[in-house]
Design a protein around this ligand. Structure first.
Ligand SMILES: *Cc1c(COP(=O)(O)O)cnc(C)c1O
Ligand SMILES: [Zn+2]
Length: 416
């Protein structure tokens, strides 16, 4: 390729969907390319980065770079999530400045809604009658809600016994048909992909390029909230690498259109029991790694990340870093975020745990400004909270059983 922007924008006046590996155009019947590559969306190049509109949705206000011309988006609405700072979390991570972009404040409690509004809008306009996904939980909750809004049947494939309670409850309540697959997430995804290919169901996993388009708006909205003053780092948890890919594409487009002069470094954080991408990073991405995944952070319990190539590109183009942290580090960081009155689900706290670890190693400097993405809501995984606080950690805060007696209350106050 001669023009470095060739793979950034569409050559003509319409958005195109084509394979990221061999550039073949999508034919609209398959969820991925015959060569095994994943599809990407390319938009026509606008003269400048479009000024965000006043749309209620934090996704569709960037519509010209998400799905230009979408006249009736299936929107909750979603996005427009808060960017917050808390001294307790900053000092825990020991960095100069720390913001948290709380994507748990989306309508179904995770960032997945930003991708789902775009994917389900595409499903409707392509005439689909049924949609499906494999999910560690949040994608199924989100798909359930958006499919219901659009009047589509939804099938969700989840790993049996490995989905946090809040997420399972949501998918069921929103009306999705939940299929608990006897296997892990990676097995559930293989099955969902086969169902899409052979049964013609529209696949809404993050291999779907429209999911990526919607999720790009997290990065843009975050930078807009910082008045486009680019922080040194953006940290996010990494499972299937859809979100890592979305951040990479968002930053690439914002820089190509002159909205930002440089990109922040991406820090993708994995759980040490589910860290194929961190392992490969340590080997300079010389091979694709898969593992059998195990972690308490169920949203990132993924051993074979589907968006591998896109994820590698995002890390390379941002001079990014991939790190693994233990479940103990994740749950301690979560306890600090929770006790600061913010709250998030376990996987989300990997972002702050990763920042703390890289600061301790010196990779993140003492004055660096860091934005962490909190990907999901505290109430997604109440079992994790109860189990943590029942344990003997320094931060644990278990409920105390008392007699209905004022002296018992007085004793608790004195103990402080
Ligand atoms: C989906 C999800 C992730 C992981 O995102 P990927 O795109 O799979 O890397 C992290 N945290 C939460 C809460 C999620 O729902
Ligand atoms: Zn291809």
């Amino acid at each position: 390729m001669t023009d470095p922007n060739d793979d950034l924008f569409a050559p003509g006046s319409r958005s195109i969907v084509r394979c990221g590996s061999c550039a073949r155009a999508a034919d609209g019947t398959s969820e991925s390319c015959a060569c095994g590559g994943l599809f990407d969306v390319l938009h026509p190049r606008p003269a400048v980065f479009p000024v965000p509109t006043g749309h209620n949705s934090g996704v569709w206000r960037f519509g010209d770079l998400v799905m230009p011309g979408a006249s009736t988006p299936v929107s909750w609405p979603e996005g427009r999530t808060p960017l917050v700072e808390r001294e307790a979390v900053r000092s825990y991570a020991n960095v100069g400045q720390l913001w948290m972009k709380h994507e748990g404040m989306n309508p179904t409690g995770s960032f997945k809604d930003r991708g789902m509004t775009a994917a389900v809008t595409d499903a409707v306009r392509s005439g689909a009658t049924a949609v499906a996904c494999a999910s560690t939980g949040n994608t199924s909750a989100s798909l359930g809600a958006y499919a219901s809004m659009a009047g589509l049947r939804a099938l969700v494939f989840v790993p049996q016994g490995k989905v946090a309670l809040g997420k399972l409850a949501q998918a069921t309540a929103y009306g999705a048909k939940t299929l608990a697959v006897r296997g892990d997430f990676d097995a559930a995804l293989d099955l969902a992909r086969a169902a899409s290919r052979q049964l013609g169901v529209y696949l809404a996993n993050s291999i779907n390029p429209w999911r990526i388009e919607g999720q790009k708006t997290i990065a843009w909205e975050l930078l807009e909230q910082l008045d486009w003053n680019v922080p040194e780092w953006i940290a996010l948890p990494a499972g299937a690498l859809g979100n890592t890919s979305a951040f990479g594409k968002a930053l690439r487009e914002a820089r190509a259109l002159g909205r930002i002069a440089r990109v922040p470094r991406l820090l993708a954080v994995q759980a040490s029991g589910a860290a194929p991408f961190a392992t490969a990073f340590a080997e300079r991405f010389s091979r694709r790694v898969t593992v059998s995944a195990e972690t308490a952070a169920t949203a990132i319990r993924i051993g074979n990340p589907a968006s591998w190539d896109r994820g590698v590109r995002a890390i390379r183009e941002t001079d990014g870093v991939v790190v693994a942290v233990s479940d103990g580090e994740i749950l301690d960081a979560k306890a600090v975020i929770d006790a600061a009155g913010i709250g998030c689900e376990p996987a989300s706290a990997a972002s702050v745990a990763g920042v703390k670890a890289l600061r301790a190693q010196g990779t993140i400097g003492p004055d660096d400004r860091v934005a962490c993405v909190l990907t999901g809501h505290l109430l997604k995984d109440p079992d994790a909270v109860v189990a943590y606080h029942a344990g003997g950690s320094r931060l644990s805060n278990p409920p105390v059983e008392i007699e209905p007696d004022l002296r018992a209350v007085a004793r608790i106050l004195e103990a402080r």
